[in-house]
Design a protein around this ligand. Structure first.
Ligand SMILES: [Zn+2]
Length: 153
């Protein structure tokens, strides 16, 4: 289940059937060819997500039978809960994919939304919906942790 989730939510380029981009030496960052490359990745990701979503719904319908054994029912409910959570994550990711595609259309894709630096080819290939550079992302996570700690006290 965990592996399947990851494959749907964060599939590698290999799973998507897309070769890593090899920029030419003189090629500028986010050339139109590079933008096409990321549009392809985002569309493949969306396609995969939509197909995966259908599978989960079908699976839930098929499983919606009455179980006489309460233990079966409990594990069944747990499965449903996990599936609903997976669906929620998928929906959020889909929204991020749409936003990233919009950025590609506006030629703003690939730059950190906080400091404006290039997010980088390899980082984007690993995480095509990233909108922060690695520094801002790290800072963001530290702030988030601090906030959580403050809330706990
Ligand atoms: Zn940044």
């Amino acid at each position: 289940m965990a592996t399947k989730d990851k494959d749907i939510l964060e599939p590698s380029l290999e799973i998507l059937g897309i070769a890593p981009y090899k920029p030419k030496k003189t090629e500028e960052y986010m050339s139109s060819k590079m933008q096409d490359h990321f549009r392809d990745i985002l569309m493949a990701l969306r396609q995969r997500l939509l197909e995966g979503g259908d599978k989960i719904v079908t699976h839930m319908k098929e499983d919606a039978v009455n179980y006489a054994d309460p233990n079966d029912r409990a594990s069944q409910e747990e499965d449903f809960r996990l599936e609903l959570r997976a669906r929620d994550r998928e929906r959020k990711l889909l929204k991020k994919i749409e936003e990233s595609l919009e950025l590609v259309r506006e030629r703003d894709y690939g730059y950190c939304e906080v400091c404006g630096v290039e997010i980088g080819l390899r980082r984007l290939e690993a995480r095509p919906t990233a909108t922060l550079c690695i520094d801002c992302k790290t800072l963001d996570e530290i702030k988030e942790k601090q906030q959580k700690q403050e809330e706990e006290f």
